[in-house]
Write a protein that binds this ligand. Structure first.
Ligand code: 13P
Length: 281
């Protein structure tokens, strides 16, 4: 069942859990995530990132994501992740996406605010939800970046408050120590910062760079107010490990064998994470 961001986030607030938001740049990812959500009977978010356009065009995967969400036995929100242009966001909404993130985090506060407000007006016309970002998160592959991040780019709680009040977004991505991609050292998350941002904004907060974080850190982050956890890299890497093992010394493997092996590996990895996000015994 296709639902919007507000619906899955209200489930998260009510149940004091976090909704898993998984990037799904291929059918294998979609299958793995939706099969888990149906097994655990929880709402979930499947997301397409603008940065994945070169590996999977929105035009191709978008209609498939929407169709799979509609057919699912659980509530599924279809989200545009890290939309950097309003045109790209509109294209996703036209395809039936029920949520979008406008990422103006690298712009000045004023520019970010101005564009976020345009994105808010746009998504509301479609009945969709909107996430925005304040503070800058870097990728672990950025040369100057370790997994600790830099204090200077962490989200300032007072600025987050002003931003949330002025934009009226449904969810806010904050920078507090996670990074996108593979962690080169254990992330040091600033939980007090999340707590303070939550107290001041009173809206659902989003953890980006969610894969690779420890179980204990997920639990603490959720306690402090994280309600959506974006997750991709480590799930995708598990598919590669499993495919390598399958190919190791074997003749006659066909591509569909690799695809099925990938689904199972990603199901196992994302399922383990979902159990923590939703507090499933
Ligand atoms: P990871 O790929 O590091 O898990 O991050 C996913 C993400 O934050 C997408 O927005």
């Amino acid at each position: 069942m296709l639902v919007n961001l507000q619906e899955v986030l209200s489930y998260a607030e009510k149940n004091r859990c976090a909704i898993g938001a998984f990037n799904t740049p291929n059918l294998e990812c979609i299958m793995a995530v939706l099969q888990n959500a149906e097994t655990y009977r929880v709402p979930v978010i499947i997301a397409h990132a603008q940065v994945h356009e070169s590996i999977m065009p929105l035009d191709t995967i978008g209609p498939i994501m929407v169709l799979c969400a509609k057919r699912a036995k659980v509530p599924v929100c279809v989200h545009l992740d890290h939309g950097e242009s309003l045109d790209y966001i509109e294209k996703a909404l036209e395809l039936g996406f029920t949520s979008a993130m406008y990422d103006g985090s690298r712009l000045t506060f004023e520019e970010n605010m101005e564009n976020t407000l345009k994105a808010v007006r746009m998504v509301r016309k479609y009945g969709a939800g909107i996430e925005a970002e304040i503070g800058v998160m870097r990728s672990s592959s950025d040369s100057s970046e370790g997994s600790k991040g830099e204090k200077g780019i962490y989200t300032d709680p007072e600025i987050a408050k002003k931003f949330a009040e002025m934009t009226n977004v449904d969810a806010l991505a904050a920078s507090f120590g996670t990074v996108h991609g593979i962690y080169t050292e254990k992330p040091q998350l600033d939980f007090q910062r999340i707590k303070r941002i939550k107290e001041l904004t009173r809206i659902p907060l989003v953890m980006h760079g969610g894969s690779g974080v420890s179980r204990e850190d997920y639990i603490t982050a959720i306690e402090k107010g994280i309600r959506k956890i974006n997750y991709y890299t480590y799930m995708s890497r598990e598919a590669v490990f499993a495919a390598k093992e399958l190919l190791n010394g074997q003749e006659g493997v066909l591509y569909h064998d690799i695809a099925l092996t990938a689904v199972e590996a990603m199901k196992k990895d994302s399922g383990k994470a979902m159990k923590v996000f939703y507090n499933i015994p």
